[in-house]
Design a protein around this ligand. Structure first.
Ligand code: ZN
Length: 134
């Protein structure tokens, strides 16, 4: 079931709220960006995220196929989410950084189902051969 959480970057300039169903699963990926940031994410729909403050303090980054726009706080560098628009994902979606949710407890996050994705080899449905570092 979806629950509303509040997220922020480190300097708190960027603030938002989002509706997340943690039971639907979370994921970690070994792609070149996720591996560098140890990005633990959940996918949510385009209507499930609402900016509260700091939208104008976000800067954007894209790489590879440029299917996803990664947003970073210009001040502190924390990435709260990426956004894409892909048919396979049902249209607009966010890859939410679960680490920026201020009212998600470590226990709740640790209890959420977790999948590993081999994004490094564009094999999103497969588990990478090494996952311990993710
Ligand atoms: Zn910030």
């Amino acid at each position: 079931m979806k629950k509303t959480y509040h997220g922020s970057c480190h300097c708190k300039t960027v603030r938002f709220e989002c509706d997340v169903d943690l039971d639907a699963g979370t994921s970690k990926c070994n792609c070149s960006l996720c591996a560098k940031t140890r990005y633990w994410k959940a996918f949510i729909g385009g209507d499930d995220l609402r900016m509260i403050a700091g939208a104008d303090n976000l800067t954007e980054y894209q790489f590879g196929g440029k299917n996803i726009t990664h947003f970073f706080c210009k001040t502190c560098g924390v990435k709260p989410f990426g956004r894409g628009d892909l048919e396979i994902m049902g249209g607009v979606f966010y890859g939410l950084n679960l680490s920026v949710l201020d009212d998600l407890s470590p226990e709740e996050l640790a209890a959420a189902p977790l999948q590993y994705q081999d994004g490094l080899h564009d094999n999103w449905g497969e588990v990478p051969t090494e996952i311990r570092h993710l």
